[in-house]
Design a protein. Structure first.
Length: 365
């Protein structure tokens, strides 16, 4: 090479291979702490192995899902609170698997940023590892992408990928749901990970003091209530699913109650939700009041205090309620299944709203 020509390096272009290697070494103990039967406990290869037979399955169907955290990440970045968004990432994926009747087995993450800051990345991945432990699944690999010019300084994005299993014939498809089934809800831990574009817009327009105690909970800062991690329901629900006590479940994410419940209903089954059947959490009431949000908009944007909805045969309701409460869940009376077009109607003192089976929300009055 000519001595007059400068020698370029990858690090000068903004990518540090050494920083990536240090991160892999630092997170090794976090990954090993999530190991479970079926995994080998090592990272650093080109892929991760999982043995379903070693996990106790005889004839498993594999169920896969992926998700992100949405603009909740931006709120975490802006306030330098990175420790729990990894739990949100895992929760959004594993809660989608349990509604199929599947046990989450292993998880992979994707962390992308403009410049790798190991302190931040380690905090995020520690949260992912904690979420995996809560869900009983193994963190067997992932990807850390350092991409200069793609992200603003300090910004990063997350994606998660999870694979679960259910024995053939035991999967939940909603086909057992029929008129007469009772809808029970499991309380959410807050906003979870949907609706944050609206939350952030309200925070900006209303000038919220995020570092002050919340008006509805003086024991917590407002930012703490907003970033409360998404509740993971796997360990409380899986035993009931395996005992055949639950016929369908809906994870209440984007689209809220109105648009998620119909996704697990068969033709001829219509969900009637009684919105006055449970107390509106203080955070939800705060958001509604601050934004003067119409009840119908609340029902299709936020979880309204219900993170998961279960369809249960009437004869099993009290047993299901008892076992879930013993496991630490707050069980809510949500509604019932009636005969009618596949869809959902939410009724309350403030009006009635309905979603058709194509999930198009319609205000009825």
């Amino acid at each position: 090479m000519s001595s007059d020509t400068p020698s370029y390096t990858y690090e000068q272009a903004g990518v540090s291979i050494d920083a990536g290697n240090r991160l892999v070494k630092a997170i090794g103990p976090l990954v090993k702490a999530t190991m479970r039967p079926g995994t080998d406990g090592e990272i650093g290869g080109f892929g991760g192995f999982f043995d379903p037979k070693a996990a106790g399955y005889k004839d498993p169907l594999l169920v896969a899902g992926n998700d992100g955290v949405g603009t909740k990440l931006k709120l975490a970045i802006d306030t330098d609170r990175h420790d729990t968004v990894g739990i949100d990432l895992v929760a959004m994926c594993v809660n989608d698997l349990i509604v199929q009747g599947a046990e989450p087995l292993f998880f992979l993450d994707y962390f992308a940023t403009g410049k790798l800051e190991n302190g931040v990345a380690e905090r995020v991945i520690a949260g992912i590892a904690e979420g995996c432990k809560e869900a009983g699944c193994a963190l067997i690999g992932g990807e850390t992408a350092e991409m200069p010019g793609m992200y603003a300084a300090g910004d990063y994005d997350l994606a998660g990928f999870c694979v679960g299993a259910v024995e053939r014939g035991e999967q939940l498809t909603g086909e057992r749901v029929a008129p007469g089934h009772i809808l029970l809800g499991l309380a959410s831990s807050g906003v979870h990970s949907n609706g944050f574009s609206l939350v952030r817009r309200l925070a900006e327009d209303k000038g919220w003091k995020l570092d002050r105690p919340a008006l509805f909970d003086q024991d917590k800062l407002l930012i703490e209530t907003l970033l409360e991690p998404t509740r993971i329901y796997v360990k409380t629900l899986l035993p009931l699913v395996r005992d055949g006590l639950i016929d369908a479940m809906a994870h209440i994410t984007g689209g809220g109650l109105l648009e998620n419940i119909p996704r697990v209903l068969p033709e001829g089954a219509h969900a009637e939700v009684e919105a006055d059947g449970w107390d509106q959490p203080g955070l939800m009431a705060f958001l509604q009041a601050q934004g003067n949000i119409e009840p119908g908009e609340m029902a299709r944007t936020f979880n309204c205090g219900v993170g998961m909805v279960l369809a249960v045969a009437p004869s099993k309701v009290e047993l299901v309620r008892s076992r879930l409460e013993d496991a630490g869940e707050q069980v809510l009376a949500v509604g019932r299944i009636v005969e009618g077009d596949k869809g959902c109607t939410v009724r309350g003192s403030q009006g009635t709203w309905s979603a058709k089976d194509d999930w198009e929300a319609v205000h009825l009055g």
